[in-house]
Design a protein around this ligand. Structure first.
Ligand code: TRP
Length: 452
């Protein structure tokens, strides 16, 4: 059984050390575990709820994407995308909005906190509150349910949103599922092992407390100058320090091995001065962060590379979301006739992928993991419409090897037909079946790969 793990980061800020150690690093680590199928995305529609500065949002999308990539995320293995590149997400959001009781949203913490603040200031309870903020949890539910995630790693503040997601999913399943559930009920994964880093003043590191240590921005210099500002007690060099109560030590421990931490702790207890301890912390952080920072700077200087990775990720995500959305549309009574469908899918797919790359209108293969955890691929035509769907493969390498052969061999060597049915045969294995009617398009699409 594969476990689908999904999480998103709202793109309103620049990642700091706490975001890295508390969210990005553990997510990347989890994504390398066997049996984990990970979906990581930039929640840029969510960003619009909190931020009306287009430049800040554009910059943050780039910085957060570059941070994931610089942190070593393997985009071949995971599905890494931007929420706003998946048009099925807002579409699902609307369907879910239509089954979500308003009373459920009235209870959302973020909304209630905003109302409480207004009441405390003696103004209209809903003053300044948008419908976006009010229904924020429905959009989050759409993010999660779109890919039927089992586990959602989040901070404690998001647990309520996961409960709401389950409520909404259950309601939709009940109304439209007819005993055949559309949505998996996801679980929040709040990991106590994961480091919640203290900030400069010892409170949780957070942009809203203005106590963060920058991760990459400003280079080693900015990181060092922040470390030098970490608040400590007033013990002099030579005096024993209490490592456990020092947030400097907590920061060190979040990056060092247990052995390194034990040494550091002993030195503090033996009277190492705070100035030396800060220098040591800086050096230990640099050991991990310097190579990533270098990759980050390279990526930020070549945003097209980031864009390409995200577009490939969007293709991969949409290989799942587009057909799933078709099923959901049908379930609620919005089935598209197949003639209309070819137009819609074509337009949608290019809308999702055209940004910044006019030259990319070619047939392509997209591989993905299906609901059974098996690996498949689709061949899409230049408009993004599906020409064929492959059989299931046990691992991505096999699927990749077949795609490679299809891209490099003579199309006619793979094509075989019987009556109305056509299929592609690679090494005596039937890898995909399709209607003989589609044969010309399939042949033409395959031919574009060898021309290229
Ligand atoms: N609300 C999350 C946060 O602020 C971000 C987010 C949006 C998210 N959609 C999600 C997290 C889906 C997990 C799953 O942290």
């Amino acid at each position: 059984m594969t476990t689908r793990v999904l999480t998103g980061i709202t793109t309103t800020g620049t990642p700091h050390l706490g975001n890295y150690a508390g969210a990005i690093r553990p997510a990347i680590e989890a994504s390398t575990q066997p049996g984990v199928d990970a979906y990581f995305f930039m929640a840029d529609y969510h960003a619009l709820i909190k931020c009306e500065d287009p430049q800040r949002i554009a910059r943050s999308r780039l910085e957060i994407a570059a941070t994931w990539l610089a942190g070593g995320l393997d985009v071949e293995r995971v599905t890494f995308y931007r929420q706003s590149d998946i048009p099925e997400i807002p579409e699902l959001c609307w369907m879910l909005t239509c089954v979500t009781p308003k009373g459920l949203m009235n209870r959302a913490h973020a909304y209630k906190a905003a109302v409480d603040q207004n009441e405390a200031r003696d103004i209209e309870p809903d003053d300044g509150i948008t419908l976006g903020l009010f229904s924020y949890p429905v959009l989050m539910a759409a993010d999660i349910l779109m890919f039927n995630a089992h586990k959602v790693p989040v901070g404690r503040d998001q647990i309520q949103h996961l409960e709401m997601t389950r409520d909404i999913a259950q309601r939709f399943n009940h109304l439209y599922g007819r005993g055949n559930d559309f949505f998996v009920l996801p679980e929040a994964q709040v990991d106590d092992e994961v480091a919640t880093l203290p900030g400069l003043d010892g409170r949780k590191m957070s942009k809203s407390y203005n106590n963060t240590i920058p991760l990459f921005e400003g280079g080693a210099k900015a990181m060092k100058s922040a470390i030098m500002r970490i608040v400590t007690d007033s013990k002099e060099p030579g005096e024993p320090k209490d490592a456990e109560s020092s947030h400097l030590y907590m920061l060190y421990r979040a990056f060092a091995t247990p052995e390194e931490s034990a040494v550091f702790r002993r030195e503090l207890e033996d009277g190492m001065g705070w100035g030396d301890a800060k220098q040591r912390l800086f050096e230990r952080l640099e050991q991990d962060i310097a190579p990533m920072r270098e990759r980050y700077m390279e990526l930020m200087a070549a945003p097209q590379r980031i864009e390409d990775a995200l577009q490939a990720g969007a293709d991969k995500a949409r290989a799942l979301s587009a057909p799933f959305m078709e099923r959901l549309r049908e379930a609620v009574g919005l089935k598209t006739s197949s003639a209309a469908l070819s137009v819609t899918t074509g337009r949608d797919a290019s809308a999702g992928t055209s940004e910044g790359k006019a030259g990319r209108k070619k047939p392509r293969f997209v591989n993905f993991r299906d609901e059974a955890g098996q690996f498949r691929f689709r061949l899409l035509d230049e408009t993004g419409q599906q020409l064929l769907l492959s059989i299931q493969f046990g691992n991505p390498k096999e699927a990749g090897a077949v795609i490679k052969q299809l891209q490099t061999g003579d199309p006619d060597a793979f094509i075989s037909t019987r009556d109305e049915q056509a299929c592609l045969v690679v090494d005596e294995l039937v890898v995909a079946e399709f209607s003989a009617e589609d044969l010309p398009q399939v042949r033409q699409a395959l031919a574009t790969f060898i021309e290229a």
